[in-house]
Ligand binder design. Structure first.
Ligand SMILES: [Zn+2]
Length: 342
């Protein structure tokens, strides 16, 4: 048995000399030094010996065990140091700061608008981008035969309703959410709806098939045109500064009666006239009006009892004006050279 111990010792030390990596070390440790390794197994057999033999061989076995473990750890330390030195990564080089993402300019404007309207007690309300034909058009007083549909050609999804009509469209405006909000929240209500819209456009610097709107709806008893004007005036001052003026001119939208477009003092030239406002001193930024009774009905509300006002900002247009962007297609281009400027 004494020889067996000596043999294990010799074998182990011989093999340790040829080990060149951590993997080899681990194999050696498993084979000889682990709990089920050769040395432990042999030491286990000591229990069957006489007391004297146990004493003698036990001491020898312990000595060998200590020697092998010490030598093993020395070699392990050397290999560890070597592997750090040889590593391809120089761990003393300072780290590279990761690139931080940031908000798209349209999102920046959207949040600014949401802050303004939240401070005025509006709820931010959301609706689907893939909308039913009914919510997008018919419920907003734009029935299938109505010429207003021509102005909002969009992408129809290949799914038909019971009558064989195409009934899903990519929404052309955020206005269908007016109907959803009235049906869900009832009256009185104050909501704003930021969101992405789609139209089948021949794209150029001023036209894009995907753009963003910011819709607003107030419904209650005795809501009137003066409420609309004062609200839009206040928002204009918050957006563009305290000297901002609003002018409203009649405009046709099928879902309001009467309808208007709203122009603010050009914030680039303070109303003096510049290239962007085409020397008029005014920028057309918001459309609005009083909610058409048919739209209130489609929202499940009684137009004899309630009236409402609605308005819509072009978020994409606001971002273009604010940042002086001359080509609308840049916003969705994914071009980092453009986006990283904001
Ligand atoms: Zn101007």
């Amino acid at each position: 048995m004494k020889n067996k111990f000596q043999k294990i010792r010799a074998e182990f030390l011989e093999k340790l000399k040829t080990v060149s990596d951590v993997g080899g070390l681990r194999e050696l440790e498993l084979q000889y030094l682990s709990r089920k390794g050769e040395l432990s197994s042999l030491m286990h057999e000591l229990k069957d010996l006489s007391v004297d033999m146990k004493k003698e061989l036990g001491a020898l076995a312990n000595n060998i065990k200590n020697e092998l473990e010490t030598t093993f750890n020395e070699v392990k330390d050397q290999l560890d140091k070597l592997s750090v030195k040889n590593a391809l990564v120089d761990i003393t080089v300072p780290g590279v700061e990761p690139v931080h993402g940031h908000l798209n300019p349209i999102t920046i404007i959207q949040r600014e608008m949401e802050d303004i309207f939240s401070s005025l007690g509006f709820t931010i309300f959301d609706g689907p981008e893939l909308e039913s034909d009914y919510f997008n058009f018919t419920a907003l007083n734009i029935p299938p035969f109505h010429p207003a549909r021509d102005m909002q050609d969009t992408f129809y999804v290949d799914s038909k309703n019971q009558d064989g009509d195409l009934d899903l469209v990519m929404r052309t405006h955020t206005s269908p959410v007016q109907i959803r909000a009235m049906r869900k929240l009832g009256a009185p209500l104050k909501v704003v709806v930021p969101g992405r819209c789609f139209r089948n456009e021949a794209t150029d610097a001023r036209h894009e098939h995907t753009f963003y709107q910011f819709e607003g709806l107030v419904v209650g008893e005795n809501i009137n045109f003066a409420n609309l004007k004062s609200l839009l005036e206040l928002v204009g001052k918050k957006l563009f500064g305290p000297n901002t003026k609003l002018r409203m001119r009649p405009k046709f939208y099928p879902f309001v009666e009467p309808g208007n477009n709203g122009e603010y003092t050009c914030f680039l030239c303070n109303g003096q006239g510049c290239r962007v406002c085409k020397n008029t001193g005014w920028l057309e930024i918001v459309g609005g009006g009083l909610v058409h009774p048919d739209v209130l009905r489609a929202g499940g509300l009684d137009p004899e009892k309630y009236s409402g006002l609605a308005f819509g900002f072009g978020l994409t247009r606001l971002a273009m004006l604010k940042y002086g962007v001359t080509d609308v297609r840049l916003f969705n281009s994914g071009d980092l050279k453009f986006l990283e400027q904001f």
